[in-house]
Design a protein. Sequence first.
Length: 206
Amino acid sequence: MLTVNNLSVQFGKRILFDEVNTTFSDGNIYGVIGANGAGKSTFLKILAGDIDPTSGNVFLEPGKRMSVLNQNHNMFDDKTVLETVMMGNKVLFAIKKEMDELYLDYNDKNADRIGELQVRFEEMNGWNADSDAAAMLSNLGIGEEFHYALMGDLDGKLKVRVLLAQALFGNPDVLIMDEPTNDLDFETIAWLEDFLANYENTVIVV
């Protein structure tokens, strides 16, 4: 599924990781533990492809999708809450966006392209994307009155929940989360724990 090969990371003279080799298999939950400054978050960023290692590589099995809990709470301030969640599945969201744009200028020239997109959209269960995203938000305590609000109008705690829904949306094959319980209440933490305990794919969490 996800393999780390001879991974080394060095900042100046400080060696953070030295030839790390490990494999994250299907259906398992992995906890990354260590003292503050040990490199836990750096390791997750390397797995996600946000940081390049000094040497070595990370290999994700072809056809598998990775999702990462976003730590930038202001990145989607100009998007609605539902849009933000659905952007968790980048391919699905891109197909939906292109279809919407083509529908606005429907003609014989783009009819074939729309047909191709509709087939892919249906294969990805795209017609249920809105309701799936709404259900995920509701499970995280975000009522329907917020679903079409702009992210920029939400307070920090609600943004955290939306970004958590974004990471979970679309059943990713590999889910990476850095301290996902920050700013969550007890009820939401309990829901998340139950969700992850029954999650069939790979989870890597700090």
